[in-house]
Design a protein around this ligand. Sequence first.
Ligand code: BDP
Length: 712
Amino acid sequence: MRPIRLPIALLIFSLGLAASALAEDGYRLWLRYEPIADASLAKSYRSSIGPIEAVATSDTAKIALAELERGLEGLLGGELKRTGATLLVGTGDAKHIAKLKLDLSGLGEEGYLLTRHKKNLVIAANTDQGVLYGVFAFLRQLQTQRPLENLHVETSPKVDHRLLNHWDNLTRTVERSMAGASIFNWFDLPYYVEPYYHDYARACASVGINGTVLTNVNSNATVLRPQFLEKVAALADTFRPYGIQVYLTARFSAPVEIGGLETADPLDPAVIEWWTDKINEIYTYVPDFGGFVVKANSEGQPGPQSYGRDHAEGANLLARALAPHGGFVMWRAFVYDFEIKEDRHKQAYTEFTQLDGQFEPNVSIQTKNGAIDFMPREPFHPLFGATPETPHTLELQITQEYMGGDIHLVYLAPMWEETLEADTFARGAGSTVAKVVDGSVFGHELTAIAGVANIGNERNWTGHPMGASNWYAFGRLAWDHQLSSQEIADEWTRMTFGNAPDVVATIEEMLLESHQTVVDYSMPLGLHHIMYPGHHYGPGPWHDQGRPDWTSTYYHNASEDGIGFDRTATGSDALGQYAPEVVEKWGTPESIEDKYLLWFHHLDWDYEMKSGKTLWNELCLTYQSGVDRVAEMGQQWDSLQGSIDAQRHARVAALLKRQLEDAKFYKDACLAYFHTFSQRPYPAGVNAPEYPLEHYKNFELYHVPGHPGEQW
Ligand code: BDP
């Protein structure tokens, strides 16, 4: 087929909403393609880019070409000058690319090459999917104003399956997310396919996300009914050209709930047959269905243990039926039981290490970054590095369940980076969580990473305008865990708010310090699980009712004697689940980093910290510094008034005011409570709580979005 030559500026891709007609409401995310303000840079880009030469037969290739045209039109405007240069776009087998004799052998199925060839620029890959990723990367170069003179980017993903997990219900409520209702308009499907699904898929593809789990981990079995499979198929058809595979959650009791069987015992022949038929049926609707995420025997969900079987027997049942179709199972390690008297931190490790070697090859254990539950900061989960025979899907939470929902500005990449870079020492030094997950430590082929989405049908997708940075960062890190959170913040800021130096510097600083800030005003020094019960928004360190592992007191153990959870050998010995090198580092309060101190150690209020201060004073000062930092963020943001659009500026400014109130409340509530035990004065520099403890305890926040227990 002969390549087509197209002048720029034709064919603005019409899917989705025409951006130019909209105010700056955040809908366009980081794909804004605003004109490059620097005239000389724009001129130099124009002269080096030239007209596009491309072959576009598949839907994916057409999308890639349309995106490129849309991007160049927006960034550079008008027709590009004919300076003799051409932008060559395509796969290695297309004639105009083949004749360049580029080496694309290292790129695999999804990788791409951006390079220069004589006067021309080249976007090349082995597949149209790779070309699409290459197009987004090329546009990113321009959006972030990088030079094209020595352009050479060669990259392929380190992890094969990069998925969003939507905790979305078929009723359109979303568990733990605050950005409106679910984007999946189930009732109108399959007849009406919302145009914005395309923009969701574009945004995902632009950062390399190639899978999406459409349903909540806690959902019932309804989505497996034919009536819903038709709808799933419509979504899958929409997302496919963007390289996004669709996955579902599988409710373990589905054979009983919708199959009319009396049991869901994974070894029962009728159950095996039911799942095999069901899975075969799914593939008639969605031929490239990705597979299942399963939450079993966890927080009341059904699972194999209800029938005296183990997690491997449960997972293998589904895995065997998926295998002929190429699908796989992400079986969640988020299991704990309050009937078991073992420290909750230890339970998943105890359970899954025993089963290592018993899973089918297409099973991956989906493991949260830490052993408790998406706390503002957790040490890495000891399971990474402890199952040489079984791969792990790293599960991160993009939605800020415990970090102020869509009200607080928290850029999560530094926290994810901390987990990814943590060393398990499983095969000696350098066996980082990232390398366990990308398969290189134990030689696993099946590699996956999942992020619990923060997306809803709010116009700007994520509620807080800065929340989109976490969607973006998740995708970028899933593609390449070697990228730094700073680099990612820089890209996102430039693409989202423009390249003005004061804007970039200010927002980047705010983003990069925001995670430590939220930790400081909510759960500093290794404190964890002291949030308000149920909706999880705000503090509740006094909470001591109901099952112990859902209280706060279980975790902080505050008393007149001190505070913290002794997880060393003298306590629960959860620390013993880590490699000896980690035990040595974290085993004493002197050697462990302060950020994990009270996670592993119970210490006297007067314990002398590395800073020379007492633990009580340090705790108070850390809470205070978190609050102070939010106040500073407010000032930093105010300084940008006029430098960025009024609409987004006003929204962030308003949210920062609330974040400051919330941060003070968190600090005051926690200090008022801990003070009842410490009985020590507040150190200089710390504002004592404004009200008595009862005020904070009696405060009730109504109708917090995303709370699954909400009654209407
Ligand atoms: C907890 C959430 C709960 C989820 C659970 C999970 O509070 O809503 O269902 O995690 O991951 O963080 O299954």
